[in-house]
Ligand binder design. Structure first.
Ligand code: ZN
Ligand code: ZN
Length: 137
């Protein structure tokens, strides 16, 4: 299946190509970087890079250091600042996508498979999945 996604203003559009009927595991990240980008946590899926196709616009790239000490490239819209995806270089050819930006009902549903950087979970957030204090990458 081909799942469309777009940034807030629409200048960036992309398609994620996935096997029909299944989505990758949902991973919630509570790390301080995700909080700095706005929100109490982020909802993520990792997808092989070759399954993601930018169909409109060219994202800008912001590189920062992840908690593992490895670089992370953030691909975002230069107009509205929506993050299309991140590339944690330690993950090789996989991109970290934001499924809540996908136009597919399954992307909005559970279950959540795991929570990472749970040590930084906001006190008002309940535990909803297997939780890990850190993440290797
Ligand atoms: Zn935009
Ligand atoms: Zn994070």
């Amino acid at each position: 299946m081909n799942i469309p996604g777009h940034c807030h203003c629409g200048q960036l559009q992309w398609t994620t190509h996935l096997p029909t009927g299944s989505l990758p595991d949902k991973i919630i990240c509570h790390c301080k970087n995700c909080k700095a980008f706005g929100g109490a946590y982020s909802v993520n899926m990792t997808v092989p890079k070759e399954q993601v196709e930018m169909t409109k616009g060219t994202p800008k790239i912001y590189t920062y250091t992840g908690h593992s000490g490895n670089p992370v490239d953030c691909y975002y819209c230069g107009n509205c600042t929506t993050h299309a995806y991140h590339h944690q270089r330690a993950l090789g050819d996989r991109l970290t996508m934001r499924p809540l930006l996908w136009e597919h009902e399954m992307a909005q549903e559970g279950p959540v498979e795991m929570e990472v950087f749970a040590k930084d979970r906001c006190a008002f957030q309940p535990i909803i999945a297997r939780s890990f204090d850190v993440m290797d990458s």
